[in-house]
Design a protein around this ligand. Structure first.
Ligand code: HEM
Length: 304
């Protein structure tokens, strides 16, 4: 559910109406026809025969940038598919995990629902259209509990191993030991070691929905708010360039889902353990199994 929603919303807003539909299925089964569909799409955008949508300048810039390299149409499509994958894949995984964590932690779900319902009531007069029309609705200061939940989800599920290449000889000092690094050596970071350090994150295996809220950080960790080492989006000069977009996107999906529908685990899930991380996945781990849920509409929206 989450991957389809995340992928189709990116496709609608950024890639426009002529982007091939059902791409989430094509990507899942790695359908070989996706290449030709993307080639057709790129050529339509290039010929300006596809109308106007918010992400059009970005797609045009991509087409112009790759034109300067002598690439075949198929290679251009392949690069586009990998950028498209970058736009959606990690966000879709984080969103799926976040929903599963909420379903397995009813108190956390109640906190999120309370935040969403009160924001909707006080700020948007219970009108979901007012929410989606507000450009700041999902900005950095909005829905702080959902934002904390995104970080907490990433802390538990990120298996990214960012790497860097040393540009000079140096000694990496840690406590009383030091490791000599030579110019040109590659270094890989073990983020999970940091994210599961009980000194930094007490009860590291637990999903604590408001762990990253400034107001509760000191209480949970004894660490000054905002100073916890967190590397879900990497760090430094090469930290994730799409992180603000990704957080907004996930917030939007979770807030609307929680506001518009009641979600619960399907009866058959009761008693089953939360899925484990599939360690053979990149960046954000995939789930070891699918989860069945039931949804029921909470609010009747008009169809403006
Ligand atoms: C929840 C979603 C996402 C997660 C967890 C994530 C995570 C990461 C991580 C761990 C890195 C490596 C950072 C490092 O080496 O220090 C990275 C790099 C990058 N990400 Fe993301 N990412 C997400 C979404 C996105 C999106 C939506 C975009 C584009 C719109 C994007 C674009 C990039 C780019 C361009 C880099 C390379 C940055 C560089 O090397 O300078 N990411 N991401």
């Amino acid at each position: 559910m989450a991957d389809r929603a995340i992928i189709s919303s990116v496709a609608n807003v950024i890639f426009g109406p002529s982007f091939p539909p059902n791409t989430s299925v094509d990507l899942r089964i790695l359908d070989k026809h996706l290449y030709s569909r993307v080639m057709t799409y790129l050529s339509l955008v290039d010929k300006s025969s596809t109308g106007v949508w918010p992400g059009r300048p970005l797609v045009k810039d991509f087409i112009d940038a790759v034109r300067s390299y002598d690439l075949s149409d198929e290679d251009r499509a392949a690069i586009f598919i990998s950028s498209f994958w970058g736009f959606a894949a990690a966000s879709a995984n984080v969103t799926s995990w976040l929903i599963v964590f909420l379903l397995y932690h009813p108190t956390a779900l109640a906190k999120v629902r309370n935040e969403v319902d009160s924001t909707m009531r006080e700020r948007y007069h219970d009108d979901a259209f007012k929410l989606i029309e507000d450009p700041e609705a999902f900005g950095p200061s909005s829905f702080p509990i959902i934002e904390s939940a995104v970080n907490e989800t990433l802390r538990l599920t990120s298996n990214a191993t960012p790497f860097r290449q040393a540009t000079c000889d140096l000694n990496l000092v840690h406590g009383n030991t030091s490791v000599p690094i030579k110019d040109g050596d590659f270094l890989m970071a073990n983020l999970r070691a940091q994210h599961f350090d009980p000194v930094v994150y007490p009860r590291p295996q637990d999903f604590i929905v408001d762990r990253f809220l400034a107001s509760s950080q000191a209480e949970h960790t004894g660490v000054k708010p905002g100073t916890q080492p967190f590397f879900g989006f990497g760090a430094g000069k090469h930290a994730c360039k799409g992180r603000l977009f990704a957080i907004r996107h996930i917030k939007a999906f979770v807030a609307l889902l929680v506001y518009l529908v009641n979600i619960e685990l399907d009866g058959g899930e009761q008693g089953l353990k939360i899925p484990s991380l599939n360690e053979r996945s990149l960046n954000v781990a995939q789930m070891s199994r699918d989860i069945k849920i039931r949804t029921k509409r909470r609010h009747r929206e008009d169809t403006r």
